[in-house]
Design a protein around this ligand. Structure first.
Ligand SMILES: [Zn+2]
Ligand SMILES: [Zn+2]
Ligand SMILES: [Zn+2]
Length: 450
């Protein structure tokens, strides 16, 4: 026994616990979460009229007198099981808004729906690969820093130079950081602009738009190689009541496409005046992609779109090479962050600008690790489809365990810790692996007949 590694000895200790079955039940209920949160407390459900106790749950009866719940981290590098679950929820959330299900009517698949990609503008030339690859310039001129304007090299798609500026001194890091800090506002104004363009194309006064139609969306942010965020979004047009309501006759795919293009090209956000920086006018990049999602199966597949969007929510900033997963607290953190020189320069400019009083509301230091971008990875409008909370509640009813019910009348809970002992971690990893491989074989069965 003493010769076994500590984790194994600990796992054996746990397995000998008289409450091991219940212990394993908790592990299963958290899906083998790598960093579970432990709670202590009780829930009592009373009959509202008689005062009779209908249900009583107390962690005193649980192993270790505590209940473990998932950490729910979306990043695969932090907790693989929770990340998979989150990606699955995102998939269902996006899919329900495309083809119905989860209390969304199937009729949404016949509504005008677009898959839209909006990009950041150029902040200076960067090395590129693929169709858009680096091109030598015929005039062979250099910038004021003595670096060539063009590049004749052919880079591999995953080459380390791709996304790095041709001249870091010419690259507009200030504009890049400030654009990130205003990307959420740019999106909000873009949506307002789409509504406005739709209204005017239908001959409506803007203020009447909400009485005739409703615009819903789910969007996800992705970091490109140059460290700039771009946005993929599903945009759908319904009647005024949302998913249950038919859009008006004028609400066509063509009109929606025109409105998206017009709004993306015209929307501007002006930064607050700064003595150091001046005032910038921030816009979307000129590359705007709008793809109609057709109910007849021609064009992009709905499931593929939902899977594409879900994929991005599991990625942390460090996985995409654009930032780190943890916040930066000082200059030394930036100096030692495992990132490219280009990303480090962006972090530095975020830190520097974050120290200016006029930019305080942008919280650039707090978000220097994500290069100034402080939006959520996934954002959706209320009427798009279901919610993460509803999906979790549905799953909890299905599993029927380890969920704090919604109908409680009296409850008291407190946090008592988090994480596994070495042996617990070993067992949790085993549970997570089982669940993952079961899910994979279930998926194989579904996909095989195609
Ligand atoms: Zn977890
Ligand atoms: Zn190049
Ligand atoms: Zn230069």
């Amino acid at each position: 026994m003493r010769q076994l590694p500590e984790a194994d000895r600990d796992a054996i200790r746990i397995a000998q616990d008289p409450q091991f079955t219940r212990w394993l039940g908790q592990l299963m209920a958290t899906g083998g979460c790598a960093h579970p949160v432990h709670l202590s407390g009780s829930t009592t459900t009373l009959d509202a009229t008689t005062g009779e106790i209908l249900r009583h749950y107390d962690t005193r009866d649980e192993p270790g007198e505590r209940l473990s719940v998932r950490c729910r981290n979306r990043r695969a590098t932090v907790c693989a099981p929770c990340s998979r679950l989150h990606a699955g929820d995102t998939f269902h959330l996006v899919r329900a808004g495309l083809i119905g299900g989860k209390n969304v009517p199937d009729a949404v698949r016949h509504r005008p729906r677009l898959f839209v990609t909006l990009t950041a503008p150029s902040f200076g030339p960067v090395h590129r690969a693929g169709d858009d690859r680096c091109q030598p310039r015929r005039d062979r001129t250099n910038c004021e820093h003595g670096r060539p304007f063009g590049c004749g090299a052919v880079h591999d798609t995953d080459g380390s130079l791709v996304g790095q500026p041709l001249c870091p001194d010419c690259y507009d890091y200030t504009a890049h950081a400030l654009w990130h800090a205003h990307a959420g506002m740019l999106w909000d104004r873009f949506v307002i602009g789409v509504r406005r363009h739709l209204a005017s194309s239908a001959g409506l006064v803007q203020s009447r738009f909400a009485e005739r139609a409703r615009l819903s969306f789910a969007r996800v942010a992705e970091y490109q190689r140059r460290g700039a965020v771009h946005v993929h979004a599903v945009v759908r047009l319904d009647g005024p009541d949302g998913p249950t309501d038919e859009p008006p006759a004028w609400g066509t795919v063509a009109r929606l496409t025109d409105a998206v293009r017009a709004s993306a090209s015209r929307v501007v956000v002006r930064t607050l005046h700064s003595p150091a920086v001046g005032e910038l006018a921030l816009r979307w990049g000129t590359q705007v992609d709008t793809r109609p999602l057709r109910a007849d199966g021609l064009g992009p597949d709905d499931d593929a779109v939902a899977a594409y969007v879900a994929k991005y929510v599991t990625k942390g900033a460090n996985e995409t090479g654009a930032g780190t997963d943890h916040k930066l607290t000082n200059w030394a953190d930036i100096d030692t962050a495992p990132v490219s020189d280009h990303v480090r320069s962006l972090m530095r400019v975020c830190w520097r600008l974050g120290g200016l009083p006029e930019y305080e509301p942008l919280h650039l230091r707090l978000w220097a690790h994500t290069l100034g971008y402080r939006g959520h990875i996934l954002t959706k409008s209320r009427a798009y489809s279901t919610t993460y909370a509803a999906l979790r509640a549905e799953r909890a009813r299905h599993v029927g365990h380890a969920y704090i019910p919604a109908t409680i009348t009296e409850r008291s809970w407190r946090y008592v810790g988090s994480g596994h002992t070495p042996g617990g971690a070993l067992l949790a990893a085993g549970v997570a692996e089982d669940i993952a491989s079961n899910r994979e074989s279930a998926r194989d069965e579904i996909e095989a007949p195609r």
